[in-house]
Every structure is written in structure tokens, then in C-alpha cells.
Design a binder for this molecule. Structure first.
Ligand code: VGL
Ligand code: ZN
Length: 212
């Protein structure tokens, strides 16, 4: 059966062990998004999960740049790059989905950040802004027009994905209660501003989540 064109899709961003308590790049209160996302996901017939998925020695790791520390910023050929602790290394427990994430009906897992020399916050394009993940084609082929985003981290992978989705012509809601940010030097407020400017709708706590 073809997808009903009016049906929205929930995009669950990077709810992985390394971004939650005990992980190498734990987002403050990150695990709080899990019960929210599990509950909301039941109202969506269509769910896609994303997974940050870096090779050992990835360019975004501070450990790959002698003399640099996590959270330093450097210039890469594709633009500025924040350096991170090693995280979400392919096949490691830190890269696995959090065990409490409970969305058995999720239909696709998009992995990103697997090119050794390019980071990818957005789940649509790598940081070079040209290498696609294939998600846009998948959504177009399935007739999806509207996305709801939730996950980690608000100011990096959620924001970049939401803004790219708008650029690609999707309607985009971001569920605030289902997100937590890293917030480096005001990055969280800036992300909400940039998302608003791109036409992303922010659903604050207490919003009625539209059911599919
Ligand atoms: C993320 C920093 C580095 C994210 C991924 O999922 O927001 N942040 N890699
Ligand atoms: Zn990463």
C-alpha cells in the first residue's frame, strides 16, 4: 500500500549510549528524551532512527589532532569543526542505541559520519554539504512530506538535520521535550534561532503532539 501523503514521519536522532549517562560524549540529561520518544513514537506509523557511526581515528575526534583538546574548534576544508572526545565508534557499545529505546516498528536506520575525513551532523548531508546519506530520496520515494524530529543533540545533529530538511522542502516540527543539547558557548540558543529562521516549528513542552 502506498504511504498516505499526509502521514508524518518521526525522525529519532542519535539516541545512542555515548550521548547518554556514562557515555563518552554524554549530553546532560540526555536519557530523559527516551520515555518521551518511546511514547510519541507509538503515534507514528513511520519512524526512522539515525546513528552517529564513526570509524576509529575519525577526523572529528580531538585524539586525531595532536595538541588539540575536546571542544576545541579547528578549520577543515569543509568548514569549521568542533573536536569531540572519541564517540560512537562503529560496532562499539557506545555506538549502539540506548537499550531503553523501544521502537520496534522503526523502519530504517540511517548511519552517518562514516567517512574518515568528513563529519556529518545532518542526517541528510555530510559536513561537506554535498555527500548525501540517501534519506531525502527514501522520504521522497515514500511520499513523506512532514517530519517530526527528536533526539540528541538539539544544537548539533537535531538542528542540522531539521534545517536541511526545511531546505529540502519538508515541513519540520522539533519536539523540544524529546531533545537535549550540548550547549557550547551559546550553541543551544543559536540552534533554536537558526531553526526558527529556517522555518522549523518548535513544539514546546505541553504541546499536543499530532498523531499520525
Ligand atoms: C553529535 C557531536 C558529535 C550529535 C554527533 O549527535 O549531535 N554531536 N557527533
Ligand atoms: Zn559524531
Amino acid at each position: 500500500m502506498a504511504a498516505n501523503r499526509s502521514e508524518p514521519l518521526l525522525l529519532v536522532v542519535d539516541v545512542q549510549n555515548d550521548f547518554t549517562a556514562g557515555g563518552s560524549l554524554a549530553v546532560s540529561d540526555g536519557e530523559a528524551v527516551i520515555p518521551v520518544i518511546n511514547r510519541v513514537a507509538r503515534h507514528f506509523a513511520h519512524v526512522v532512527l539515525t546513528q552517529d557511526w564513526h570509524p576509529v581515528g575519525h577526523i572529528s575526534f580531538a585524539s586525531s589532532h595532536p595538541g588539540r583538546m575536546p571542544f576545541d574548534r579547528i578549520d577543515m576544508p569543509y568548514g569549521p569543526q568542533t573536536l569531540w572526545p572519541d564517540h560512537c565508534v562503529q560496532g562499539t557499545p557506545g555506538a549502539a542505541f540506548h537499550p531503553d529505546l523501544d521502537i520496534p516498528h522503526a523502519q530504517l536506520i540511517i548511519r552517518k559520519g562514516y567517512q574518515p575525513d568528513v563529519d556529518s551532523y545532518s542526517t541528510f548531508f555530510a559536513a561537506d554539504r554535498t555527500t548525501p546519506t540517501g534519506l531525502a530520496g527514501y522520504l521522497h520515494e515514500r511520499g513523506i512530506k512532514k517530519l517530526m524530529l527528536a533526539g540528541l543533540a538539539t544544537d548539533f545533529c537535531v538542528a542540522w538535520s531539521a534545517i536541511d530538511a526545511r531546505r529540502l522542502g519538508f515541513e519540520v516540527d522539533v519536539l523540544e521535550e524529546g531533545c537535549r543539547g550540548i550547549d557550547i558557548g551559546g550553541s543551544l540558543e543559536k540552534a533554536w534561532r537558526d531553526m526558527a529562521a529556517a522555518g522549523v516549528a518548535r513544539l514546546p513542552p505541553g504541546s499536543t503532539v499530532p498523531a499520525a
